[in-house]
Ligand binder design. Structure first.
Ligand SMILES: Nc1nc2c(c(=O)[nH]1)N(C=O)[C@@H](CNc1ccc(C(=O)N[C@@H](CCC(=O)O)C(=O)O)cc1)CN2
Ligand SMILES: Nc1ncnc2c1ncn2[C@@H]1O[C@H](COP(=O)(O)OP(=O)(O)OP(=O)(O)O)[C@@H](O)[C@H]1O
Length: 205
């Protein structure tokens, strides 16, 4: 299967169908394929981060603990002191972010995803967001919990000046995901094909 056929989804597909389609494609990647794509994505993200970080003074970076074949961009921030991981604490609540260092004690959040066992929470200035699928304007599909949308909506309502950086595999790019009212677009999207969207200069953060 080449990258072009990968993007074919059934005509008029709804979100659940699109989500299943790209989750299946991701699951079917060979280990070698996944590693090559992940390495390319990490290289592009590292370059973006170096350039962006040189002009700003970001502190907390919100990462995620990868699962189900998600890209693993943790190596890009391995030397960064201010790393945080999300915890889903309830099905309809915004995510909370907890400081994280390698080797820190972890517990499962309410979806069984490891999260630091730590009472402190932080609000990341740079939020790295996993993309199951994404479109040209930076709208995304995740696992369907609405967590990132809810989290970003809550933070922005409180005056958050941070930046949302989506990371996903290039085969999951679609022209238009037909966003719904609650969908929050990414400011930057990085894939194994490069930085495919960057509005970070336009936003004051
Ligand atoms: N690595 C990672 N961590 C993350 C997220 C993420 O997308 N990736 N999240 C981003 O939100 C939050 C957790 N959200 C999740 C939402 C749903 C499911 C889940 O397993 N859903 C079921 C289907 C549920 C349904 O259909 O209603 C499944 O996929 O089997 C897992 C995590 C916080 N942590
Ligand atoms: N700000 C919000 N307030 C209330 N409900 C919301 C909000 N954002 C999303 N939702 C609800 O969450 C549900 C899932 O949304 P969506 O399909 O966009 O999830 P997703 O972006 O794939 O998931 P995730 O962000 O967890 O990766 C939708 O039914 C939506 O109504």
């Amino acid at each position: 299967m080449n990258d072009e056929t990968r993007t074919i989804v059934p005509d008029g597909a709804d979100r659940a169908t699109i989500r299943r389609h790209f989750l299946r494609l991701r699951r079917e990647l060979s280990r070698e394929d996944w590693q090559a794509k992940n390495a390319a994505l990490c290289a592009h993200l590292a370059q973006w981060w170096t350039q962006w970080g040189a002009r700003r003074t970001p502190r907390w970076v919100g990462l995620y603990w990868p699962m189900k074949g998600e890209p693993d961009v943790r190596p890009v921030f391995a030397a960064w002191r201010w790393r945080a991981l999300p915890a889903a604490v309830a099905p309809h609540a915004p995510l909370v972010f907890r400081p994280w260092q390698d080797g820190a004690p972890m517990i499962d959040d309410c979806y069984g995803i490891p999260t630091p066992e730590c009472a402190e929470t932080v609000c990341p200035e740079v939020l790295i967001v996993p993309l199951v699928a994404f479109d040209r304007r930076g709208y995304r599909l995740g696992y369907g919990g609405g967590f990132y949308d809810r989290t970003l909506a809550a933070w922005r309502a409180e005056g958050w000046q941070g930046i949302a950086v989506g990371v996903g595999f290039a085969f999951a790019a679609l022209p238009d995901l037909h966003p719904e009212a609650h969908d929050v677009a990414m400011d930057v999207v990085v894939s194994d094909a490069g930085v495919v969207l960057d509005r970070s200069e336009g936003v004051r953060r």
